[in-house]
Every structure is written in C-alpha cells, then in structure tokens.
Design a protein around this ligand. Structure first.
Ligand code: ADP
Length: 154
C-alpha cells in the first residue's frame, strides 16, 4: 500500500517554512497531498484559488506532491485520499500544545491515521503566515519569507 500523507493547513500564503517541511518529508512518503482547508472561523487574506495556484507552482517540480482544496474534517479528507498519515510542522512549544490536542482528537476519530510531526529548521522557526500577513498589511517587504512562485506578492 502506498504511504500517503496529508499536509493540511490554510497556506495563507505558503511560506518558506511550509516548503521546508514538505521538502524534508517527501522521501518519507510515496505521496504528499497538500490539503488547503476551508476554515469557517478563519477569514483568509488570499482566495482559495490564489492559495492553490501558489502551492501548485511552488511544488510543480516535485512529482509526488499534489495540491487539493478540502472541506470538513481532516480525517475525512484523509479517508477520501487514502492518506494514512497527517503531516504537521512544529515551530514552538505553543505549536506543540495545540497540535498535540488536535492529533489526539484525530486519533480518537480515526485510530488508523498517524500524525507525523517534523520540527521546523531553526532558521524557519519564526516564519509564519500570520506574521507575513501582518507585515503585508503594514506595507512591509515579505519577499525573503516566500517561495519563488509567491515572490510577486512581496
Ligand atoms: P494552520 O492554518 O492549520 O495553522 P498553516 O497554513 O499555518 O496551518 O500551516 C500548516 C502547517 O505548516 C502547520 O503544521 C504549521 O505548524 C506548519 N508550519 C507553518 N510554518 C512553519 C514553519 N516556519 N516551520 C515549520 N512548520 C511550519
């Protein structure tokens, strides 16, 4: 059975931190599906179409990375794509606390799905889409935090 991982998130926008996690994990799985979730409690800065396009362009040269939008529960998205793993990045202990509860709840919902955590590379630990959006709102330059495909935004 191919090892398929779902990497879920908002990717609003995709940053070099996300790219680092995908590139470092790609050899662990046969396929990584980047799942761009629609979160009803989060108002995004960029449209779903725009976020998908940036992700597709960013990972165009990695054949076993796919990009898809999804609605609803992450475990349901895993079932839909036959993903046995959920991939998440960890930057800080705050990420850990938050991610731990979600991973454990997901395990109660679907015991066959394992969440795999990859620690952020030290140089990317402070990079977050939230801070990138704040810098954009205040007219700052975010180029250094974005992959090539998103650079026009910076
Ligand atoms: P969410 O909307 O669920 O917070 P994000 O789009 O912000 O999702 O991020 C998706 C995943 O990428 C999360 O697991 C997050 O921890 C991880 N991530 C984001 N930025 C970084 C980074 N700089 N280093 C490592 N992991 C990161």
């Amino acid at each position: 059975m191919p090892r398929i991982a779902l990497f879920p998130g908002s990717f609003d926008p995709v940053t070099i931190g996300h790219v680092d996690i995908v590139k470092r994990s790609v050899s662990l799985f046969d396929k990584i599906i980047i799942g761009v979730g629609t979160n009803s409690t989060k108002q995004t800065m960029f449209s779903m179409e725009q976020r998908l396009e940036w992700l597709k362009n960013t990972f165009a040269d990695i054949p076993n990375v796919e990009v898809n939008a999804y609605n609803g529960l992450t475990v349901d998205c895993c079932r839909k794509f036959n993903a046995q793993y959920i991939l998440r990045g960890l930057r800080t202990s705050t990420d850990f606390q938050f991610e731990k509860a979600i991973a454990q709840m997901n395990q109660l919902l679907e015991s066959k799905i394992e969440t795999i955590f990859i620690l952020s590379s030290p140089q990317y630990a402070p990079v977050s889409s939230t801070i990138v959006r704040d810098i954009i709102r205040h007219g700052g330059n975010v180029k250094q935090f974005l992959p090539e495909a998103v650079k026009p935004l910076g």
